[in-house]
Design a protein around this ligand. Structure first.
Ligand code: FAD
Ligand code: NA
Length: 388
């Protein structure tokens, strides 16, 4: 092994570490990824028939209020002024999401003021008394029965493939309701999409003579040169794969939700008039449809074709891509046990969404990698401090 640092995983976390260590410290960095492309879940590809950029692992919207992260990412890409908005279809009618004054007034065929809408929701929510015993009761205690039944119940049942009365109340602590007509999905200082796409951005991060990316190289495949037994103890490692997998599931599996996607090219110029349409009814299997052309209205996409992607959601099995941590009390207990094991790995740092079992937005993954660089990697390689 000739590299100074091995990074397992080429998502935003791994590539941020690779960039800083190569460009700031001049280290030789070896990145491996088990997939046949770099970029992790933010990877996008061009659909060949239409030229439309498709987000293979689900729609990725970039947003941040972190000035350092914003300055950092702007070294690699410019951003469009795209602002995300979401709609939902419920019983043949389209409503604006997240639940806002427009949603409430359309739902009630009313003209409530903010104060009237607030009073209406509070009155509905007060009908459930006592400690909520499950997800459904918790949701009703937060926003009342009518809004819950329309906008949360069916969608949640499809997300989890489980009746919300069988889901734990702890899955939600709040359900945002806005008492204005503002339906911007994110409220961060900065928001936009990479002008040349996510893959071009991710490739620029890796484009440095000191950075080598090897694809289709699984850290646990002993036929690979950079596999676990051949590298741990030989070279410092930043590991961004699943933490339970690293320790061979010694404390049991951490549970995840996964998504299935069905992509289709349609012979119409515009299928739904917007990027993301949720489906709240349970007689429709998918949770939402993405229409990718609308992420880039500034691009010259064909007028007679479009690409849509239906999204389905379920509990992940061992062989599925882990997407969202479920975070049950048992998961949290196991995570603590894995963290203890991780502390004992003197040459390995665990990072990213899989390595820490945490949902991280892109800006959080990048911010957390910059912190690991500041607090661990630079002190180690510059000043000889302990690695992990
Ligand atoms: P990942 O991108 O998952 O990268 C980890 C990499 O490690 C993968 O490439 C994987 O192949 C590799 N790996 C795993 N195990 C091994 C192994 N054994 N050997 C070698 N390589 C391995 N963020 C936003 O900011 N906005 C959004 O709109 C948004 N939407 C999202 C939608 C979905 C469906 C999901 C799942 C995530 C979304 N995110 C979004 C989050 C975003 O994808 C993450 O922040 C980002 O992917 C985190 O980067 P990461 O490097 O930690 O993990
Ligand atoms: Na460690």
């Amino acid at each position: 092994m000739t590299a100074d640092l091995l990074i397992v995983g080429s998502g935003f976390f791994g590539l941020t570490i690779a960039d800083r260590c190569a460009r700031e410290l001049g280290l030789q960095v070896q990145v491996i990824d088990r997939r046949d492309h770099l970029g992790g879940n933010a990877y996008t590809e061009v659909e060949p028939e239409t030229g439309i950029e498709v987000h293979r692992y689900g729609a990725h919207l970039f947003h941040t209020s972190n000035q350092r992260v914003w300055d950092y990412v702007n070294q690699f890409t410019d951003f469009t002024p795209y602002q995300h908005r979401v709609y939902t279809t419920y019983r043949g009618e389209v409503f604006s999401m997240p639940i806002n004054l427009g949603t409430i007034n359309q739902f009630n065929r009313s003209a409530f003021t903010p104060a009237e809408a607030r009073a209406w929701v509070a009155e509905q929510a007060s009908m459930l008394t006592g400690e909520p015993a499950n997800f459904e009761e918790k949701a009703i205690s937060l926003i009342g029965q009518p809004l819950y039944e329309a906008f949360i119940k069916g969608y949640t049942a499809k997300q989890w493939q489980t009746d919300p009365r069988e889901l734990s109340a702890e899955i939600i602590s709040r359900l945002p309701v806005r008492y204005t007509y503002d339906n911007r999905y994110f409220s961060d200082t900065y928001e936009g999409l990479p002008v040349d796409g996510y893959t071009a951005w991710l490739e620029r991060m890796a484009d440095h003579p000191n950075i080598t990316v090897t694809l289709e190289a699984d850290f646990f495949d002993e036929t690979q040169p950079h596999h676990k037994a051949a590298t741990v103890g030989q070279v410092p490692i930043v590991y961004t794969g699943p933490v339970d997998r690293y320790f061979d599931f010694a404390h049991g599996d951490l549970s995840w939700r996964t998504l299935d996607f069905e992509t289709e090219v349609l012979p119409v110029g515009d299928f739904q008039g917007t990027t993301v349409m949720n489906y709240a009814d349970t007689d429709i299997d998918y949770t939402r449809i993405h229409e990718f052309r609308h992420f880039h209205p500034e691009r010259d996409y064909p007028a007679d074709k479009t690409v849509i992607m239906r999204e389905f959601s379920r509990f992940a099995e061992h062989s599925d891509e882990p997407y969202y941590p479920i975070n049950t009390p048992q998961d949290r207990e196991r995570l603590l046990a894995y963290r203890e094991l991780a502390k004992g790995e003197a040459d390995v740092l665990f990072g990213g969404r899989l390595g820490t079992y945490q949902y991280l937005d892109m800006h959080m993954a990048i911010g957390s990698a910059l912190s690991m660089y500041d607090n661990k990697l630079a002190p180690h390689f510059r000043d000889g401090k302990a690695f992990a």
